[in-house]
Design a protein around this ligand. Sequence first.
Ligand SMILES: Nc1ncnc2c1ncn2[C@@H]1O[C@H](COP(=O)(O)OP(=O)(O)OP(=O)(O)O)[C@@H](O)[C@H]1O
Ligand SMILES: [Mg+2]
Length: 244
Amino acid sequence: MSNAVVLEVSGLSKRFGGIVALNNVSLKITKREIVGIIGPNGAGKTTLVNCVTGIYRPDSGKVFFLGEDITGKPPHLIALKGVARTWQKIRPFYNMSVIEAVTAGALLRTKDVLKAREEATEVLEFVGFPKSKFEMLGRNITLIEHKLVDLARAIATKPKLLFIDEVVAGLRPHEVDVIADVVRRVNREMGITLGVIEHVMRFVMSISDRIVVLHEGRLLTQGTPAEVARDPLVVEAYLGTKPV
Ligand SMILES: Nc1ncnc2c1ncn2[C@@H]1O[C@H](COP(=O)(O)OP(=O)(O)OP(=O)(O)O)[C@@H](O)[C@H]1O
Ligand SMILES: [Mg+2]
């Protein structure tokens, strides 16, 4: 079962007015893989995650999760089936505490608030969030702490597949290393399959088993990090855009 298909996207397309954000994209993610999803700005990476998680309904194509057709299903149902994501634009929770924010994730699977709070505590400890700051309000924590809370909230929903969308954007190099370590442990110790959308190449190339490259809504190529890094098509796609 080690190469069981967790996610299969088949011929997925999504337009916004005249913009073709996704153009006939097909790909698979197998159990326990870490798949890096890269591509220049506007390539369609976030739109892909939005179509898989039910935020957007694709214009055509299908999304299968563990063999089940989940195309066009509502986000809550897809989350219950076991697909979680973090958000590219951080959604600050200024007036909520850290522990409350993560408890909200755990409440997807239980109505018992105390149990959810215990689970949230465990997940925050797992991602290495400082215990002394569990009761702090969102407005008083740092950017990396926000990123850890967002990861913890997603993990607290007990996903089988987790998409993280530019989780290290804006972080310092040593903070990137902290997140890389957490993401590896989420995969290895929790057994969660991961889709990692990222511009920071050092990060995504070091943690991914496989890389998928999107460009102008199409799947440009895929392969191991080493194969993709030396692929002339990939170099050209990136050189054709402004540096990020
Ligand atoms: N809700 C929307 N309404 C209109 N256009 C959209 C919407 N969401 C995405 N787009 C457009 O679809 C294209 C793909 O956007 P998307 O956000 O998926 O790219 P991305 O690969 O995630 O880029 P980035 O690396 O900058 O986050 C872009 O041209 C974007 O402007
Ligand atoms: Mg994006």
